[in-house]
Design a protein around this ligand. Sequence first.
Ligand code: COA
Length: 260
Amino acid sequence: MAFENLIIEDKGRIRYITINRESKLNALNKTTLAELHDAFTQAFRDKAVGGIIITGAGPKAFVAGADIAEFASLDAEGGTALSRNGHTKVFDVIANGSKPVIAAVNGFALGGGLELAMACHIRIASDNAKMGLPEVTLGLIPGYGGTQRLTALVGKGKALEIIMTADMVTAADAYQYGLVNHVVTQGELLPKAEEMMTKILSRAPLSIAAAIKTVNAASDPSTNGFEVEITEFGKCFDTADMKEGVTAFLEKRKADFKGE
Ligand code: COA
């Protein structure tokens, strides 16, 4: 499928999704959000894809936010629909995906851009990256999961500081707060993301899916995460990969997982 604002490339079992709207600092307009829905749905379905790395085109921005130009004509009903649609069609799809998603944050990640990075399972930032949720400067609040995911990542006090001051956070500070997993130079960004993804892809795929589901349950107040863990742990015992993993260990060889 050809996209207007996304570049899709496969490197082995890694699918790269690059948001390609550089002249607008990769801001998420309606078209880009719809394309992200399609691209992630496809990537999660495609058996040849093991994991996804998402980044922004150009040296300046990952994503500088939702497209502010599209806000001007909305009322409360339109704003609610915009937010709900984003949650269900894009941000929750990524967060709840069965394959690992790494955000390679290569510059500004603001508003919806930081929310996109936070919906991913892991964030690696380049040292020039600047992150923030500046919605209160526009008379808004974050609407694509930012209030919830930032709080889960950095804690309530720091989340409120970042949201209420609208200050941009440097990559070094983001690392210190636990907002990003690693900080590297721009040149090392994609190699680092690939190195980590390659390691994750060498592990049992169904275990990775279960790990995502179980860890996500920790920040879902409607589920008992411990119960989810017990169920998912039990299900592993019926997989061919669990038998292969245990046998390979006992035979002192490397496991060859099939995702079955
Ligand atoms: N929505 C729509 N357009 C955006 C955008 C956004 N979130 N962020 C940047 N752009 C556009 C600018 O309007 C400009 O377009 P133009 O060349 O047609 O005028 C282009 O991208 C380049 O941005 P510019 O502001 O000129 O770059 P800069 O280097 O001076 O500043 C930022 C960079 C990121 C500090 C600044 O663009 C900014 O504050 N963006 C908005 C961030 C934001 O509030 N995001 C949250 C939205 S909820």
